[in-house]
Design a protein around this ligand. Structure first.
Ligand code: RIB
Length: 310
């Protein structure tokens, strides 16, 4: 009898295509001016990177989540794999390149919990479209979530391959995007800076959020979900706009709050919550993440989120 070749397909609720970094963090009372040397304190190292943070947020909430990312074959890479695994993220699609270092982010956090971040992408810059194609040959996903710390062609490949999936694009860090990529996006999740970069309008209130969204709808984006920090978030669909306030918290470190929101939104959407409930729970996840230090280290559990949700 002729041999039968069976391809083993894996199904995940949420598939991340994105970056992973080791975050090197110091605290300072304020940010330095150009040319100024400031005395800081409390150096810490935390697993980070927008893609890995979003995967971790979803994983800690109980999602069936995987990540396609590229790390160096170095100790930072090992720590990042361990952090993802301990959050329940499937690491089957974590690639390692022995020739290049894992990405790092140099982060300063001030007394108000705000941050400045400089990223050296390392292996994140080497994640290529063919690696997305290979991964998606053996996996299906309900939601595909990507950001912009990997090459743009790779994000475009992810947007095409998850064609049966809901495609969420978190356009971070801010940059111009081609219309043909925007036309594939089911949910675009910019913060204020990213929305302004894409539309030249700062979304400072409901009317300006809607004005931004109209520009993005004209380019084919289906829904825009603005993340507005302590003001919560704003959903614009082609039919209506709605502001979602968030819970009040005393932030100590806002690093990764947008990632917490995105990972949680992807998870709750994939697990069948209605859109408004998914946004409410994502707001809470983002807010709670600011009450602890670090990116992946600060992501709350499902129990913590549900304890606050009404
Ligand atoms: O969004 C926060 C993340 O941005 C940090 O973890 C850092 O690694 C950069 O990617």
């Amino acid at each position: 009898m002729a041999g039968v070749w069976l391809q083993t397909m894996k199904h995940v609720e949420v598939m991340l295509v994105g970056s992973a970094n080791m975050d090197l963090v110091v605290r300072a009372t304020r940010f330095p001016l150009p040319g100024e040397t400031l005395q800081g304190s409390g150096f810490q190292r935390f697993p980070g990177g927008k893609g890995a943070n979003q995967a971790t947020a979803a994983g800690k909430l109980g999602a069936n989540v995987g990540i396609l990312t590229k790390l160096g074959a170095d100790p930072f890479g090992d720590e990042l794999v361990a952090s993802l695994s301990s959050a329940g993220v499937l690491t089957d699609w974590v690639l390692r390149d022995p020739a290049v270092s894992t990405g790092v982010a140099l982060i300063t956090v001030d007394d108000a919990g705000q941050n400045t971040i400089v990223v050296s992408p390392g292996t994140n810059a080497l994640l290529v479209p063919s690696e997305v194609e290979t991964a998606f040959r053996e996996l299906s996903a309900k939601v595909v979530l990507a950001q912009l710390e990997i090459p743009l062609e790779t994000v475009i490949a992810a947007s095409k391959l998850g064609s049966d999936a809901i495609f969420i694009l978190n356009p971070a860090p801010a940059r111009h995007l081609p219309d043909d990529l925007l036309a594939t996006v089911d949910y675009l999740t910019p913060n204020e800076t990213e929305a302004e970069e894409l539309t030249a309008i700062l979304p400072s209130d409901d009317a300006s959020c809607l004005a931004c969204a109209r520009i993005l709808f004209d380019k084919g984006v289906k829904n825009v979900l603005f993340t507005l920090g302590a003001r919560g978030s704003f959903l614009a669909t082609t039919k209506y706009g709605r502001h979602f306030p968030t819970i009040p918290v005393k932030p100590i470190d806002t690093t990764g709050a947008g990632d917490a929101f995105n990972g949680a939104f992807a998870h709750f959407l994939a697990s069948g919550e209605d859109i408004e409930r998914a946004i409410h729970l994502a707001n809470i996840t983002g807010a709670l993440s600011t009450t602890r230090a670090g990116a992946q280290a600060s992501m709350p559990s499902l129990i913590e989120v549900m304890a606050v949700a009404d």
